[in-house]
Design a protein around this ligand. Structure first.
Ligand code: SF4
Length: 369
């Protein structure tokens, strides 16, 4: 699936983006940073020590398109569960740890692929050194995750809850790892404020070569959170910032993966089927919405790079339908099917979906041949 190259980014004429110039960090067999594709991540919602449920969800997320999955390590049982989970899943997994160096050491011992921990929260230098040494020994990267909701008091007092405070906090934690000559670092600067997160990521992209894990944290519900994430991540990705993304929504994480894919696809950073459809208006003369839904559901079952247009009428329909790989422009009880810009045939409304599906399958077979 890793079919992206540096040239992918030329869609914006920006093959020398900040993203391309970041250091490459290896997480299991997935590379974050440099010229590699933008990696989609998400997080499980299960109790990590419920191994069966956790493995099941990781597999579900991987099938949906997640390339890396993070697990919350809340206690020692969670850290111990990693050993068995690793045996049963194929995607790299990340341990999300907040304060305990012992959980980190146990996770590393059990084969975790990356840990998310802020070194300044672990305690004494001796403890930090133990974690850093264990990571170095097994080539495990560390993500430093700054969150505007949990900034250190000194930075908050000095700068308030601002992007400046987030950057000062970041410098503090990165400085600790660099002091131990540890550079296998990924950075995140999350905030539920789109503006603050964008500002902080932009500053970090100027300061460091470490790849950035971008996200708008606690973005909200599926509807509102999708909009906030699309704006925040869209701005950053368009400006060439961000090597891995996580969309945070208060819903099933499979939805987070779907939204992440859609954001990347809209910017030409992920190859998946695209659908173009009109909003409809008074010119519509057939029942278009059910057709779009069926086409969308079918396209979710394939991974090919194809654009399908479903249009309402003969006014604007033929233009979009002929610009897509496959398209349909509806009329009264019938529609014109377009294939690669040319009219193929007229079909009755009752069989529009089946006929479009046939053409989509034929097109895919032809492009693969
Ligand atoms: S394609 Fe036709 S039906 Fe659809 S919005 Fe445009 S004018 Fe209206």
């Amino acid at each position: 699936m890793y079919f992206f190259s540096a040239l992918m980014y030329n869609e914006f004429g920006d093959n020398m983006t900040k993203r391309n110039q970041t250091k490459q960090v290896l997480v299991g067999d997935v590379v974050i940073g440099g010229n590699n594709e933008v990696i989609i991540q998400t997080m499980t919602t299960t109790k990590t020590n419920d191994i069966e449920a956790t493995v099941h969800q990781i597999k579900e997320l991987a099938t949906a398109g997640a390339k890396i999955v993070r697990l919350a390590i809340f206690d020692m049982d969670d850290a111990k569960a990693i050993k068995q989970i690793k045996k049963e899943v194929n995607v790299p997994i990340v341990a999300d740890i907040h304060f305990s160096y012992q959980f980190a050491l146990e996770a590393i011992k059990n084969g975790i692929d990356k840990i998310r921990i802020n070194p300044g929260n672990i305690g004494s230098k001796d403890r930090i050194k133990k974690v850093v040494d264990a990571c170095k020994e097994k080539n495990i990267p560390i993500r430093i995750g700054i969150n505007s909701g949990s900034l250190e008091k000194e930075f908050k007092d000095k700068y308030g809850v601002t992007s400046e405070a987030m950057i000062e906090s970041l410098k503090y934690h990165v400085g600790i790892l660099e002091e131990f000559d540890f550079h296998d670092i990924v950075i995140s600067l999350k905030s539920s404020s789109v503006k603050r997160a964008v500002e902080a990521y932009k500053m970090a992209s100027e300061l460091y070569e470490y790849p950035l894990h971008i996200g708008i944290t606690e973005a909200g519900t599926k509807f509102g959170g999708t909009i906030k994430s699309s704006i925040g991540l869209g701005i950053l990705l368009y400006e060439g910032i961000g090597s891995t993304i996580r969309v945070s929504l208060s819903t099933d994480p499979v939805e987070e993966v779907k939204v992440a894919k859609e954001i990347l696809s809209a910017l030409g950073l992920y190859k998946k089927p695209k659908i173009v459809s009109c909003p409809t208006c008074g010119r519509l003369q057939y029942n278009m919405f059910p057709l779009v839904e069926k086409v969308e559901a079918f396209l979710e079952t394939i991974e090919d790079d194809i654009t399908v247009a479903v249009m309402g009428c003969a006014v604007n329909g033929p233009g979009e339908a002929s610009a897509a790989d496959i398209g349909i422009a509806g009329g009264k009880g019938e529609g014109l099917i377009f294939v690669e810009g040319k009219i193929k045939r007229k079909v009755k409304e009752e069989v529009m979906f089946e006929e479009l599906k046939k053409e989509i399958i034929l097109y895919i077979e032809k492009t693969k041949a």
